[in-house]
Structures are given as C-alpha cells and as structure tokens.
Design a binder for this molecule. Structure first.
Ligand SMILES: [Fe+2]
Ligand SMILES: [Fe+2]
Length: 441
C-alpha cells in the first residue's frame, strides 16, 4: 500500500508546470547537451497519447522544444497547432515516456522497438542524431529509479554432461511427434529446401555483368561480400546450438536443425559460386567489412554461439538464438536479401542471382521461425530471463542499425536507387513483427 501511494505521488509530479520549468532550466544549462546536440537544428514535439492528467489539465498534447545547434530556444507545453510547426514529432504513451526519463532508455531503440512512434521527420536523421536525443531526455527531471543495471540473472555456467549411454529412445518409447512445430518445419525443408546452387545458370549474369558501370559493380560486390561472409559465419557457428539441443534429447528439434545447417552450407556455396562465375576478377571482399559488421559477424555471433560449449543455461541459449535468429537472420539478412532481390528485379538484372536469393529467402524464413519457437519455449520455461534477453536484443539492434548506416556511408548516390531509409524501415518492421510474436517489451 505504501508503495502504491509513493508511486502515485511520484507520477503526479511528472509533466506538471513545475516539471516543465525544471526541465527547461536543466536543458539550458546542460553542457553535455550542448556538445551532443551541436548538429541538431529542428523543432520537436514530444506527444503523449493518451495525455496524462497533468497534460489534460494544461490542455496540452505534449511538449514543444525549439532546439538549435545545442541550444534550447523554447521548451513548453504543446498545443494541437504545434503539430504543424514541429519538424519532428515523436509519440508514445505515458509509461513509455516515464521509461525514457526514469530509466534513461535509448529513444532510438524505443523507436525500433515500436513503443515510441516517429510521426513526422526522418528516421535516418534521427538515428544519426540518437546521441543528441538521448542527451536531451537525460536532462528531463527524474524522480524515479535510474537504469536498472544490475544483471537480473547471474551468468551461471550450466554444462549439460556429455551423453555416456542411451537409456531409451524417443522413437521407441513415445514415438516421433510429427505434429510438433519443428517436425512440420522439417517437412517444409524437405519440400522447399531441396535446391542445388550448382544447378543455377549464371550465363546471363555474366553477360549482364559486362554491361554494368563501375559504380554498379561496386555495390554488387559490396553487398555480395557481406552476404557471403555472413552465410559462412552462420554455417560455422550453428553447431554448438545443435549440440546443445541434441544433448537435451530434443529429437524433433535436432531433426529440423540438420536441414538448417545443410541449408546454410548451401547458401555459402551459392554466393561462392556466384562470385566465382560472374565477377571477372576476384575483388578485395573484406575491404567492405566495416567496424560494426565486424563486431557482429566476426565477434558477437561466434562468441554467443560458442559460449554454449561451456554454458548451455537457458540464458546462454537465448543469447545465442537472439543474436543468430533475431538479429543476424531476422533483421539484417532478411532486410538485405529483400532489398537485394528487389533491386535486381526492378533493374531486370542477374537472373541467376535472383533465382538463388528467392530460394534462400524461403530457407531463411524457416530458420527464423525455428528461432522464434526456441525463444518462446525458453522464455515460457524461464520467465526471469525475459528482462536480460530484452537488454541483449536492445544492444544488438543498435549494432544492426549501425551496420545499415555503415553500408551507405561510402556512397553519395547509391546505384540502382537503393535507399537507406527503406533499409532502416524494413529492418525495423521485421524486428517489430518478431518481438510482437514473442510478446516481449
Ligand atoms: Fe543462410
Ligand atoms: Fe539462416
């Protein structure tokens, strides 16, 4: 009871007249914001929908901020008419704004997660200015708890012992469960996953290649380099997860995972064949692997998957699947393949490459579906892991969006009409759909 009263008292203070004045004063004085916000020159409307009691009292829809190069020229309650005036409008409910203010959550991340909506303005500009947005919200008066930064679950090392003998068999004891989701995925894998990269004809692709400009060749080499290494990484790093599932005796899941690894191996073969058969000379592929790409594919993925050799706890499995299925496959690869295929189709180019990508996308959708199944199962059995799992995804999603920024960095105008905004929007949409299915956040 005491706790409830205290909470009520705290929420009454927020968004009041006094709170707005206090925020304005803090923002005007903040040296940190002056530095982080030095490139921000736009008026912002922070909308609260539905409005809190304090806002209703003030007949306001949120807060209007006039921000110019690190200086705050105005911060006041916003009226409906400010919707036309503001260059950027962000909308969220009261709970989300409190989360941003009290727990100092990253606003760019909340947009990606879908709880903060960008109603007006450019997502690219906002993700470029995410440090300014963070610094801005940090100056808002907070009466609550700061970031809950303690680890909820200690990183217990949980080693499943190697199997010394079989005491019985799933097939003879209970029978194989053909109705289980992994077995259904396995049936689909046998139906749609049987395609042969060596049967794809790249003859027309070779002809197309000769006609491309240097800039067009560069972007195709660039994207192919990211996909080729990415497919190799997921081929090399899947094994510890399969081993963990096998040790737990989950036969149906292991059966599906045999097709999963086989398909990743074919994807690696497919890109290697394409570049060998189409590119006249072998370019320096690794030149296109920039810091955030390296962070995710060279380090994070092997680290999170290979941890399972020594720690197969539910949290370690969640981290592995979160990195592999949710971020690498579900956010980056899916976005990349969709954009790559769209670009080739619209320009009527490289039909062999197009064919392979269509097949590969089907395979990937089964991999992601399995990942969601696994994460759901783990979270259902271990609800305490939810919070640290969200935190893990949050960090990696930030890296994934930085990979997208990194891809576009070298180009003033990207050939074939590729757009960063499209990439970011698609990646966010995919991520949001997945977390909706998982019911997290
Ligand atoms: Fe793949
Ligand atoms: Fe995959």
């Amino acid at each position: 009871m005491w706790f409830t009263k205290k909470k009520e008292a705290r929420s009454k203070k927020y968004f009041s007249d006094e709170w707005v004045r206090e925020w304005k004063g803090a923002l005007e004085k903040s040296e940190h914001y002056k530095v982080k916000g030095k490139d921000w020159n736009a008026s912002v409307l922070l909308r609260m929908e539905p409005p809190s009691t304090a806002l209703k009292k003030a007949e306001s829809i949120g807060f209007y901020l006039d921000l110019q190069y690190g200086e705050c020229h105005d911060l006041r309650y916003a009226k409906k008419a400010d919707k036309d005036l503001a260059e950027v409008i962000l909308k969220a409910d009261e709970a989300t704004w409190l989360k941003l203010i009290e727990q100092k959550k990253d606003p760019a991340m909340m947009i990606l997660k879908g709880s903060l909506k960008l109603e007006k303005g450019s997502l690219v500009m906002l993700t470029n200015q995410k440090e300014a947005a963070k610094a801005l919200l940090q100056t808002a008066p907070s009466y609550g708890k700061e970031e809950l930064d303690e680890e909820y679950i200690s990183e217990t090392v949980d080693k499943i012992p190697a199997r010394k003998e079989h005491t019985s068999f799933n097939t003879t004891k209970r029978g194989l469960n053909f109705e289980s989701f992994p077995m259904k995925l396995f049936q689909k894998a046998k139906q749609f996953g049987i395609w042969d990269p060596s049967a794809i004809n790249f003859e027309k692709d070779r002809e197309d290649w000769k006609k491309l400009s240097e800039e067009e060749k560069t972007i195709i080499i660039h994207l192919s380099s990211l996909f080729m290494a990415g497919e190799e990484a997921v081929t090399l790093d899947l094994l510890p997860l399969i081993q963990t599932i096998s040790k737990e005796g989950r036969l149906e899941e292991e059966i599906f995972l045999t097709s999963f690894l086989w398909e990743e191996a074919k994807h690696t073969e497919f890109f290697s064949r394409f570049v060998n058969e189409v590119f006249v000379e072998r370019p320096d592929f690794e030149h296109f692997h920039k810091p955030f790409y390296k962070k995710l594919f060279y380090r994070q993925l092997p680290e999170d998957l290979n941890r399972l050799y020594t720690d197969s706890s539910p949290m370690a499995q969640l981290k592995a699947s979160g990195t592999y299925n949710m971020i690498v496959e579900g956010t980056l690869a899916e976005t990349g393949y969709e954009a790559y295929h769209k670009m080739l189709k619209e320009n009527d180019l490289l039909h062999g490459l197009q064919d392979g990508i269509i097949k590969l996308k089907q395979d990937e959708s089964r991999h992601i579906a399995y990942g969601l199944y696994l994460i759901n199962r783990l979270l259902d059995d271990n609800p305490d892991c939810k919070e640290p799992f969200e935190k893990h995804l949050e960090e990696l999603l930030d890296d994934a969006t930085n990979v997208i920024h990194e891809i576009f960095e070298p180009y003033d105008v990207v050939p074939f009409g590729l757009e960063k905004e499209w990439f970011l929007n698609y990646a966010i949409k995919q991520f949001q759909q997945r977390i909706d299915k998982l019911g997290i956040y």
